[in-house]
Design a protein around this ligand. Structure first.
Ligand SMILES: *[C@@H]1O[C@H](CO)[C@@H](O)[C@H](O)[C@H]1NC(C)=O
Length: 313
């Protein structure tokens, strides 16, 4: 009997061990191949043809690696961005350019100068967002400027008109989501505001200036992907918030980036539409002035002709 129990325990222990050494998956990234078996997993992300970078799947994967991997997947035809508008301050910038093929250092940080493999270059912040005007390939970006604050503007889908969103429950739910899903230290969440009419949830995340241990661009990128495309996490569960008596599905996100130094980008707030209107107005004024000028000249010519005619008589 004793022998049998021991045997059963041994079998159980062996099964347990087998369960522990399960195949490796990368929880924070779906497009990753892992070798070995846990806890000795070696996971690598493919950044380019034959170029794979080792990554730590316990953490969010650096945005620079993610963008590079996405550009590679696009090139080989595998997989995929949108925008609306409140700046946290006048120097906040939005990513209007979309994705490009970035240059990353070995830690997954963006290089300060990015050229998207073309002759046209620009300087980016630590979140990889353009913060200067574009220039040629001799452009000088002396250092990578850190993004120390992000404002996330989320919109949730419509809820039944009879159930009101409980703001406190929502705020708690936001903080909880940020911590569990995006590994954001709750200390960094400065404010969570809610506007029931616009169904806006505005989240301010801010770290100390000078802090280089946390990268706010990474978490913002994961969230953008969650809401605009599909989750980057291997577990594809959708993001949901709790509004007290109901679950809230999110459908839009705008991210504002505030850097330790003010950006030198010009006309950032002028969207394509406004620029088009300005161009049209300027053209109308110029054509109007030209037309007036020619009409006047014609009149003067005709006037002098008739006067000449008179003197001949
Ligand atoms: C970078 O280049 C790709 C094509 O190679 C293009 O689709 C993309 O829009 C470019 N991105 C920027 C920000 O210029």
């Amino acid at each position: 009997m004793k022998g049998f129990i021991l045997l059963a325990l041994a079998v159980f222990a062996a099964l347990q061990k087998q369960a522990d050494t399960a195949a490796c998956t990368c929880t924070t990234m779906k497009w990753v191949n892992c070798e070995g078996s846990s806890p000795n997993c070696a996971c690598k992300i493919t950044l380019d043809d034959g170029y794979r970078e080792s990554i730590d799947c316990e953490k969010l994967i650096p945005k620079c690696f993610l963008m590079k991997a996405e550009m590679f997947r696009r090139r080989i035809g595998q997989d995929v961005r949108l925008n609306i508008g409140g700046k946290p301050n006048e120097h906040a910038i939005i990513d209007n350019d979309g994705i490009y093929d970035p240059e990353c250092d070995s830690n997954g940080n963006f290089k300060a100068k990015q050229c998207n493999k073309t002759e046209e270059c620009w300087c980016v912040n630590s979140a990889g967002v353009r913060r200067t005007d574009k220039g040629d390939k001799n452009m000088n970006c002396s250092k990578l400027v850190e993004t120390f604050m992000v404002r996330l503007e989320l919109t949730h889908k419509e809820v039944k008109s009879d159930s009101k969103v409980n703001v406190e429950a929502l705020q708690n739910s936001v903080r909880n989501l940020l911590q569990t899903r995006y590994q954001v230290d709750p200390k960094l969440v400065k404010e969570v505001q809610y506007d029931p009419d616009g169904r806006y949830i505005v989240i301010d995340i801010e770290k100390e200036k000078g802090d280089r241990t946390v990268n706010l661009g990474n978490m913002a990128y994961y969230m953008e992907k969650d809401l605009k495309v599909s989750p980057l996490f291997s577990n594809q569960t959708a993001v949901q918030l709790n509004g007290g008596s109901q679950k809230l599905d999110l459908n839009k996100i705008v991210v504002y980036y505030v850097d330790e130094e003010r950006p030198t980008i010009t006309m950032q707030h002028l969207t394509g539409g406004i620029i088009a209107v300005i161009v049209v107005v300027v053209l109308v004024v110029v054509f109007g002035l030209l037309a007036l000028f020619f009409i006047n000249r014609k009149r003067q010519q005709r006037y002098s002709k008739t006067r000449n005619g008179e003197s001949n008589n």
